[in-house]
Design a protein around this ligand. Structure first.
Ligand SMILES: C[S@@+](CC[C@H](N)C(=O)[O-])C[C@H]1O[C@@H](n2cnc3c(N)ncnc32)[C@H](O)[C@@H]1O
Length: 267
């Protein structure tokens, strides 16, 4: 167990609370920052760039876990004619992604509510398991890797972006922040080792913190540039919340506390 898990502020959310972590309002407010369909940095351009690192092909079967608003799932369906299973713990994320799917003619993309730790997945089925910025919420990461590993075809790929922690020592304010947000982070090396322990091979680990900082700064700049437009839909306190949260993330990254990791591995 990491020292982070022993922090007095830390207690895993009970499952029903975790499933209700997001309200429709908080989801749409974050989407305002990240771009349509996303709750993670970089929007569709980041997805395209990440796909160029993978063996993408027409008609592949993809598991998108922690699918959020479905931006990546829709892209896979539209661009690659992929059959996509989007899985997310949050009922509100699933409600919104399903509403949007109904407006598109993408029969091969579907969304279902479920916890990636415990949802029974079809075995040896997926060519790609894709997840963006989801595993940080999960203390029992080994359950995720076991479940996902068994659902991949032999030779299938795993793609992850996720938040990690620096090698330490971590600042007190960052440790508090993790407890407050219920984030459970590993450092890049331990993260990679856990993937190896679950059976994954050819594990590639990249530190994308610099790109994350650039994205955060760009998003802040854009928010400031369309402040008046934002305030027609949202409140001053929403604006301040976003600005403060983004500045805090930048600060934690610059201090070496917060790391944005990218992992690619194969079954
Ligand atoms: C930061 S959002 C990212 C969403 C999406 N991947 C994207 O790139 O826009 C993280 C998502 O992970 C989901 N999530 C958290 N814990 C989960 C779990 N145990 N099983 C499935 N999804 C989970 C959350 O509900 C949320 O939608």
């Amino acid at each position: 167990m990491s020292s982070q898990a022993a922090h007095p502020d830390r207690q895993a959310f009970p499952p029903e609370e975790e499933a209700n972590r997001y309200s429709r309002r908080s989801i749409l407010r974050s989407e305002h920052m990240y771009g349509e369909g996303f709750q993670s940095p970089g929007g569709i351009e980041a997805v395209e760039a990440f796909c160029s690192k993978l063996h993408m092909r027409e008609g592949m079967k993809i598991l998108d876990f922690g699918s959020g608003l479905g931006g990546a799932s829709f892209y896979f369906g539209e661009r690659y004619g992929a059959t996509v299973m989007g899985l997310d713990f949050s009922q509100e994320m699933i409600n919104i992604s399903t509403e949007r799917k109904e407006r598109k003619s993408l029969a091969n993309v579907s969304f279902q509510q479920g916890d990636i730790r415990t949802t029974t997945l079809p075995k040896d089925t997926f060519d790609l398991a894709w997840t963006r910025d989801c595993i940080l919420y999960i203390p029992e990461k080994h359950l995720v890797w076991q479940n996902v590993y068994s659902s991949l075809k032999p030779g299938g790929q795993l793609f992850i972006t996720d938040f990690c922690k620096g090698k330490g020592p971590l600042s007190e304010s960052f440790i508090k922040y993790l407890g407050h947000c219920h984030y459970y982070l590993e450092d890049l090396e331990n993260y990679g080792q856990a993937l190896g322990a679950a059976g994954f091979r050819h594990i590639r680990i990249e530190d994308h913190t610099k790109a994350f900082i650039d994205s955060l700064q760009e998003e802040l700049k854009e928010l400031n540039g369309r402040r008046d437009q934002f305030l027609r839909e949202w409140t001053e306190s929403d604006f301040d919340y976003l600005v403060n949260r983004w500045l805090r993330k930048i600060q934690f990254c610059e201090q070496g506390d917060f790391i944005w990791g990218l992992f690619i591995a194969e079954k």
